[in-house]
Write a protein that binds this ligand. Structure first.
Ligand code: ZN
Length: 306
């Protein structure tokens, strides 16, 4: 694989930065001028399409390893009539409050589980992704309107959408400012962009440094705080309406769970136990930090300025 070195801050252009975490020979660098955080070297972009194509199905050893079994695991969970995705419910409630209409685009829609919940609450969702098997699932199993490819290839007309969502995606991009310009173009006046991304100012990143779960060389190019995400959005004429952190889990163990994916009953037991641990011990230890916006991930809503 061909790599490139990142020498300047993507957000402000300055070159002075300090490392705040290291894994193998990859370092997370924090800009001394604007505090934006980025990886010091990465695969060149054109080599990543093929690697991401199997992201949720796991035939590639390096990319998205912890998402092997993602589709089956979620499909199983969602088959229960008592299933409720609290995160989706929360996002849809806020979108309904802010967005002018019901045309929605989910960028990085994967298997379409969010789109499915959106459709159930009255939205007309479309989705795009570059992970082919996940898209096939969304199209054939869930009958969703999805397309293969990156945003710039879709050539949507101006002002086509009332809302755009990007969950766990912006940190993977190479040129997020370009993506935001395109999102601004395809949103209606007053349209809403919702972003969910790991929080580099979280208590766990501060404690764990290079072992932080979201530090993923070769996948995550940029690491956002509420401040730097807002700076980037303001550069592209978005007004931030809501920005909070939360969703802190004490234990995740993706690799361990992945090894159990052929033993559903054991996986169910482990998932249940993790949930119990996270909702008791994890809540007591980490919840208080969310009051200071040091939770695992940022949830943000921004409005396209006229
Ligand atoms: Zn900077």
């Amino acid at each position: 694989m061909k790599y490139e070195t990142v020498e300047h801050c993507y957000l402000c252009g300055h070159a002075k930065a300090e490392p705040i975490g290291q894994l193998d020979d990859f370092r997370m660098m924090r800009c001394k001028t604007c505090s934006f955080t980025y990886i010091d070297h990465r695969p060149v972009e054109m080599e990543t399409d093929e690697l991401y194509s199997s992201y949720f199905s796991g035939s590639n050893a390096d990319y998205g390893k912890c998402y092997q079994g993602y589709i089956q695991e979620n499909q199983h969970k969602r088959s229960s009539k008592f299933h409720l995705n609290r995160f989706h419910k929360r996002v849809l409630k806020k979108l309904k409050k802010y967005a002018p209409g019901n045309q929605l685009l989910d960028i990085g829609c994967a298997a379409g589980f969010f789109m499915q919940d959106a459709r159930d609450s009255g939205w007309e969702p479309r989705g795009i992704d570059i992970a082919k098997p996940a898209l096939d699932f969304a199209r054939t199993e869930l009958s969703l309107d999805v397309a293969y490819g990156r945003l710039k290839e879709q050539q949507y007309p101006d002002a086509a959408f009332d809302a755009v969502t990007m969950f766990d995606l912006i940190e993977h991009l190479y040129a997020p400012l370009k993506e935001l310009r395109e999102i601004h173009r395809i949103l209606k006046p007053g349209g809403i962009l919702c972003i969910y991304t790991p929080n580099v100012e979280s208590i766990k990143r501060k404690i764990q440094g290079g072992r932080w779960y979201a530090f993923k060389p070769r996948e995550h190019n940029y690491y956002f705080s509420r401040k730097t995400l807002q700076m980037m959005l303001e550069k592209r004429d978005f007004e931030v309406l809501y920005s909070r952190t939360g969703y802190t889990r004490w234990l995740i163990l993706p690799n361990f769970r992945n090894r159990l994916r052929n033993r559903p009953w054991l996986l169910k037991l482990v998932n249940g136990s993790l949930k119990l641990v996270n909702e008791t011990v994890g809540r007591v230890i980490f919840k208080p930090f969310e009051l200071f916006n040091m939770g695992d991930a940022i949830l943000l809503f921004a409005r396209k300025k006229a």
